[in-house]
Design a protein around this ligand. Structure first.
Ligand code: ADP
Ligand code: MG
Length: 395
């Protein structure tokens, strides 16, 4: 990998500030899903083994730039402490005299967790004064939060300008998987795109038209493409105006591209987006008035699964339908199962797509499950350039 990691730098006895992604779901003051905390353990355990003093920083939720009771880091520190089996001190501020004094007293192997970084209004503005204060706490900066690497905030980018900055193991894993995808994907290289909005994903679609062999489109996004072809879409979710214009542009570009852009040939429709609604399968260009497309149909699912299974590299972002409702989950499940069986490099990115794969119990059958939805898309779109990655030292 082109970027230095914690292995490439001396951390023995050093104060190490680690940006982690502990933005976990909470319920009644308890961590409901600790996946993201577990994901940071290899880096923290390594730092402790080196006798480093580990100072962790993360945001949690969207506190609107000021302290919010329900979003303090205490439950996270408690869970981390259980997982590491060592005490983890939670500090009540991000920077300042009290934090400095605790850090001064840290011993090799100690771990502390700073308060929610987004309680400080300077975090999201990447205010240089906050970056300097954070840098003053440590000798080395480690980025182990890929999910926020596309944001230039004080804890993800600003602070790295003041300290030797390297990647943690989680970020290293992400960069390795996505670097190959951007620079030299296995072929055939198949991209599966779904989810809600075309306009969110135009950048990646256009990018992939230049590099992928096949792009398989599903999800609500497909209906905007149908509309752009002049088909009636009933009450399906469509991004009018801008979305349709973008879809037309993409279809034009696809027509003269080597890449195959596949749209669903059939869809599952219902009169309402509810579990007990009556459903039927119709041809993609024959959606009846008053009906809404909520999943790709079985013929499409079979075609897509076949293409995926023959691929050497697959990148998937965005569910094929409203998978949260069982009646509309078959298409998404077919894609997940085909990826699980595919012998090539399989990468899933995106909050909802990853949730779907976890729900089907297929996460460990994928070559890589990206912890950053937005970050992975931006990484691909910008050829590997992300604010939180650029600041890390090159090897
Ligand atoms: P990701 O988080 O994986 O990037 P998105 O956020 O773009 O994915 O989209 C996920 C959402 O899209 C899900 O909530 C899903 O229910 C919704 N969705 C997918 N297909 C449809 C559809 N045909 N109609 C309505 N919603 C859909
Ligand atoms: Mg999402």
């Amino acid at each position: 990998m082109a970027k230095k990691t914690v292995r490439d730098i001396d951390v023995v006895g050093k104060r190490v500030l680690v940006r982690v992604d502990f933005n976990v779901p909470l319920k009644d003051g308890v961590v409901r899903d600790d996946t993201r905390i577990r994901a940071a353990l290899p880096t923290i355990i390594y730092l402790r083994s080196q006798g480093a003093k580990t100072i962790l920083t993360s945001h949690l939720g969207r506190p609107k730039k000021q302290p919010k009771e329900g979003l303090v880091m205490d439950p996270v520190a408690a869970r981390l402490s259980e997982l590491l089996d060592v005490p983890v001190k939670k500090l009540d501020e991000l920077t300042g005299a009290a934090v400095e004094s605790v850090v001064q007293q840290m011993k090799p192997g100690d771990v502390v967790l700073l308060e929610n970084s987004r309680f400080d209004p300077r975090e999201e503005k990447n205010d240089p004064s906050l970056a300097a204060e954070l840098a003053g706490l440590a000798d080395v900066y480690v980025d182990d939060a890929f999910g926020t690497a596309h944001r230039a905030h004080a804890t993800t980018a600003g602070v790295a300008e003041h300290l030797p900055a390297v990647a943690g193991f989680l970020v290293e894993k992400e960069l390795e998987a996505l670097d190959t995808l951007v620079t030299s994907p296995g072929r055939p290289f198949v991209v599966v795109l779904g989810g809600a909005k075309v306009t969110d994903k135009i950048g990646v679609i256009e990018k992939f038209l230049d590099v992928a062999d096949d792009i398989l489109v599903g999800g609500a996004m497909a209906f905007t493409f149908f509309k752009a072809q002049g088909w009636s879409v009933g009450t399906s979710l469509v991004e009018e105006d801008e979305g349709v214009a973008v879809a037309k542009r993409i279809l034009d570009k696809a027509a003269s591209s080597y890449c195959n852009l596949l749209l669903p040939e059939d869809v599952v429709v219902a009169e309402k987006a509810e579990a007990d609604a009556e459903t039927k399968v119709v041809k993609a260009d024959a959606i009846p008035d008053g009906w809404m497309g909520l999943d790709i149909g079985p013929a499409t699912a079979a075609t897509y699964a076949g293409t995926i299974m023959g691929a050497d590299e697959v990148f998937w972002n965005g569910p094929m339908g409203m998978f949260e409702v069982d009646a509309f989950a078959a298409g998404t499940k077919a894609v997940a199962e085909a990826m699980a069986q595919c012998k090539g490099m399989t990468i899933v990115g995106g909050g909802d797509s990853v949730a779907a794969v976890n729900g089907f119990g297929l996460a460990d059958k994928m070559a890589h499950v990206s912890t950053g939805g937005g970050a992975s898309l931006e990484f691909i779109e910008n050829d590997g350039v992300l604010p939180g990655v650029t600041v890390l030292q090159d090897k």
